[in-house]
Design a protein around this ligand. Structure first.
Ligand SMILES: Cc1cc2nc3c(=O)[nH]c(=O)nc-3n(C[C@H](O)[C@H](O)[C@H](O)COP(=O)(O)O)c2cc1C
Ligand code: SF4
Length: 503
């Protein structure tokens, strides 16, 4: 059994004094006696990789923020607590169990990069975590932990896209959660956006503030550039679980951190299991634990007489078939299996599941959540979702499959964030791995299936994952009106007649 407790406390820690009595705060005290370079070296040596989905090396990110310090402005540290990936409930579980560890990690990060401001950004629907964090920050302040930077708990919109790093920064800065164009693309020859009429506009004059201000999409915020040209300060954005790992590394050392896991994937990972398992839940495992063990331990397997047909890792990467259940939980093994570790939110499907229905559900979710700043992502993503519904109803033909394949190619055209690639990765893998399910509809007239409901987890109560009903009923224009306006969120919300609407 490779269950461990490093960042997910088994029992809730409800007072700072209890956390300190159990060893909390040692990392912060140690960090404050160290120079920034020594801390970054420890994080680099630990091999910690970001737990927000991409697995980016955390030490390298911190180094980049240090290297791009602004001469005029202190950087900000932002904790990404927006957790919206379908199948995931680990960040809220960590915060519910112990908000102090996450605050300690953020304070160490702020000390390292010289931040003047820490923002813990979650969704305003996460009221329980919000209240816990506000109370915990007050306790930390009263205990003298917060010397230097301010800490605020920012309650942002409920949108899935808000969790994307630059959309998060946009929202904290008072705008809609629309991803920015980031380097190196921002510094490329041609940058594209759409204006209010839907036409492509050339935004190559990116250094012109007037042109930036007139842009219909996400703000032209000055970004720190690797060549040091820009004077704007960078923001260090890290996921809740990433931050929760930091105090242990500083208190106990990189070798301690590496004492579990593998060379490329050291440490632990907090997994969520849901779907057709007997129960849903969250638990922390050593990296390297086989996926099958995680599903058995947390989910109790699938119902008697059924077997696992597929496992979907959030809605970000390729699915795994039953043959891949022994894949160890590492970034390298999941990549080799044609998938990704993502945020370790495993949605399990049994052999009674029609994967066309799952594909249609995922495609619909991503098309709805797309902001529409990049037209192919919104339009081709929506068309893809429609084709999959048609195929699921056994009203489609091989020609529709050809259309789906073409849409999978075009959906990522000029995409400024990863959401469009998620359509490609998930739906591409459904079509490739579950061709039998597809053919049962296109050539054998199988019984019609509708879209599998795909949405973020609102809560897990008594082993049952409750999907967010607001997401299930959301329109592609991000309204909850009975009829969709046919405008993309970027068009609708940027429309001056709308005024500024709270999402
Ligand atoms: C559509 C989309 C949604 C995302 N949602 C989240 C999220 O809810 N929480 C999160 O930590 N990262 C999310 N990410 C990843 C962030 O952009 C970013 O990579 C992460 O906050 C970096 O932190 P890390 O290095 O600690 O992983 C999302 C990315 C995309 C493209
Ligand atoms: S890729 Fe999609 S979600 Fe991302 S910015 Fe473009 S339209 Fe919005």
């Amino acid at each position: 059994m490779a269950l461990v407790t490093r960042v997910l406390d088994p029992e809730p820690v409800s007072a700072l004094a209890d956390y300190v009595a159990a060893g909390g705060g040692v990392g912060l005290t140690a960090a404050r006696a160290l120079a920034a370079d020594a801390i970054v070296t420890a994080i680099k040596d630990s091999g910690l990789r970001g737990r927000g989905g991409a697995g980016f090396p955390t030490g390298r990110k911190w180094q980049t923020v240090l290297d791009n310090a602004s001469p005029t402005q202190a950087p900000a540290v932002v904790v990404n607590a927006a957790e919206g990936e379908p199948g995931c409930f680990k960040d809220r579980s960590i915060l519910r169990a112990n908000p102090y560890r996450v605050i300690e990690g953020a304070l160490i990060a702020a000390h390292t990069v010289g931040a003047g401001r820490i923002v813990i950004a979650l969704k305003r629907t996460f009221t329980r975590e919000h209240d816990l964090l506000v109370a915990a920050v007050a306790e930390c302040a009263a205990a003298g932990w917060i010397t230097g930077p301010t800490i605020e708990v920012f309650a942002g919109p409920a949108e899935y896209l808000y969790g994307e790093e630059t959309a998060l920064l946009e929202a904290i800065d008072g705008r809609y959660p629309f991803p920015r164009v980031t380097p190196p693309f921002r510094r490329g020859l041609d940058e594209h956006a759409i204006d209010r009429s839907g036409a492509d506009v050339d935004t190559a004059r990116i250094d012109d503030p007037a042109a930036d201000a007139a842009r219909p999409s996400a703000a032209g915020v000055e970004l720190a550039a690797p060549d040091g040209e820009a004077t704007g300060a960078p923001a260090l954005v890290d996921n809740v679980e990433t931050m929760a790992n930091v105090p242990g590394i500083i208190a106990n050392g990189a070798d301690w951190f590496r004492s579990v896991g593998t060379d490329q994937s050291p440490g632990t990972i907090v997994c969520t299991v849901s779907g057709r398992t007997r129960r849903a839940g969250v638990a922390e495992f050593e990296l390297g634990t086989p996926l099958r063990e995680v599903i058995e331990t947390v989910g109790g397997g699938v119902a008697r007489g059924r077997s696992i047909k597929a496992v979907m890792v959030g809605v970000s990467t390729g699915l795994l078939t039953a043959h891949a259940l022994d894949t160890p939980l590492t970034y390298e093994a999941f990549a080799a299996a044609g998938s990704g570790l993502g945020t370790a939110g495993f949605i399990v499907f049994d052999d009674a599941t029609d994967l066309v229905s799952v594909g249609a559900g995922v495609s619909h979710f991503l098309a709805v959540e797309s902001c529409g700043q990049c037209r192919p992502c919104k339009q081709d993503g929506g068309a893809l979702a429609d084709v999959l519904v048609k195929i699921g109803r056994s009203e489609g033909s091989d020609a529709d499959l050809v259309t789906a394949t073409a849409l999978l190619d075009s959906v990522i055209d000029r995409a400024r964030c990863n959401l469009a690639s998620q359509q490609q990765a998930v739906i591409g893998s459904v079509l490739a791995l579950f061709a039998g399910d597809v053919a049962s509809h296109t050539t054998h007239g199988a019984a019609a299936v509708e879209r599998e409901p795909i949405a973020g987890i609102k809560d897990i109560v008594d082993g049952v994952a409750i999907l967010d009903p607001d997401e299930v009923g959301k329109q592609p224009d991000w309204s909850h009106h009975l009829v969709d306006s046919q405008q993309s969120p970027a068009e609708r919300l940027d429309d001056p007649r709308m005024g500024h609407t709270d999402l």
